[in-house]
Each structure stands twice: as structure tokens, then as C-alpha cells.
Design a protein around this ligand. Structure first.
Ligand code: S3P
Length: 169
């Protein structure tokens, strides 16, 4: 098995941005579960939620992590924010590689995702309340899925990526 970095955390935590830095630093390709699901399903994440519902999307996430575990070589993975919600996924993620929780405050998420229309769980209603509630319930799940937790608020993605590499050594 190669070296695998798996970034988990809330929507807008910077998993893709930090993933890009990590990918540049290590030379490992960056993979993204949402993107892989969209490619295989031939439709956007929003559309999958709309047509088949969240449960089906979660099932597709499990399929993707299983596929990735079969894949040769090293990689960096940006995992969808809800990936660790399923017990099965938590186990698979920890088996698959080094799981890093990118911790972020609700304020940063709200700033970054203002006007976003691509995250079905944050559409309509009071977005602030949604982010706060979801984050409260997910924080402990992320914490116990991850091998390490990294605070990200107010930090450059390059520095976060460097910390991840150093902590892996
Ligand atoms: C979700 C996060 C999204 C995407 C989907 C559901 C979640 O990915 O998988 O909208 O439940 O937190 P990002 O974390 O990349 O935004």
C-alpha cells in the first residue's frame, strides 16, 4: 500500500485547497470524492441529492472509498464533509490512510460559503444556524475518525500542509 493522506472536515474547511498544497509538496495526485462520484454518476452532487436522496449519496461515498483502497500508489484525498458520518466509512478511512481532520470555525465556513449553491445541506433557511448545528453534531465524529486534528483558522494552506507532512514523519 502507498502513502495516503485523507483530509476530512466540514464543508468549506479547505480540504481541497490544503489537498492541492499537500499534493504539490509530496508529488502525490489529489483525488476528491465528490468529483469521483460526479464523474461516475454523470451528474452533480446537488442533482444526486435531489433525485436519489442523501442516503444514496452516502452509499456512493462508501463505494468510492472502497475503490480507492484498491488503487495502487500514493494519493491525497479530499473527502466529502459527510464521509465520516457512516460507521463503515470511518473504519474504511482509517484503514485506507492517514486521516487528518481540518478543524474550522463556523464563522470561517460562513464567510467562505456565502452565496454557494453547490452544497445541498446548506441551501435555504438560516444558513448560520445550519452550519452551527451540523458542526456541533459532527465535530466529535470528525475527532474520533481522525488520526490527527489540525486547526486551520487564519492559517495559510501551505503551512497547514507542511504541518501534516511533518506530523506524518
Ligand atoms: C457534504 C459535503 C460536500 C458534499 C455534499 C455533502 C456534507 O463536500 O459531499 O454536499 O455532508 O458535509 P465538501 O465537504 O467538499 O463541501
Amino acid at each position: 500500500m502507498g502513502t495516503h493522506f485523507i483530509l476530512i472536515g466540514f464543508m468549506g474547511a479547505g480540504k481541497t485547497t490544503v489537498g492541492r498544497c499537500l499534493s504539490e509538496m509530496t508529488g502525490y495526485p489529489l483525488l476528491d470524492t465528490d468529483q469521483l462520484i460526479e464523474e461516475q454518476a454523470g451528474m452533480t452532487v446537488s442533482r444526486i441529492f435531489q433525485v436519489y436522496g442523501e442516503e444514496e449519496f452516502r452509499r456512493l461515498e462508501t463505494e468510492i472509498i472502497r475503490q480507492l483502497m484498491e488503487r495502487d500508489g500514493d494519493w491525497v484525498l479530499s473527502a466529502g464533509g459527510g464521509m465520516p458520518l457512516r460507521e463503515e466509512n470511518r473504519k474504511l478511512l482509517r484503514q485506507a490512510g492517514r486521516v487528518v481532520y481540518l478543524k474550522v470555525s463556523p464563522g470561517t465556513v460562513l464567510n467562505r460559503l456565502r452565496g454557494d449553491t453547490t452544497r445541498p445541506l446548506l441551501q435555504g433557511g438560516d444558513v448560520k444556524e445550519k452550519v452551527e448545528n451540523l458542526m456541533d453534531s459532527r465535530n466529535p465524529v470528525y475527532e474520533r475518525t481522525a488520526h490527527i486534528t489540525v486547526e486551520t483558522d487564519g492559517r495559510f494552506p501551505e503551512d497547514i500542509a507542511e504541518e501534516i507532512v511533518l506530523k506524518n514523519g
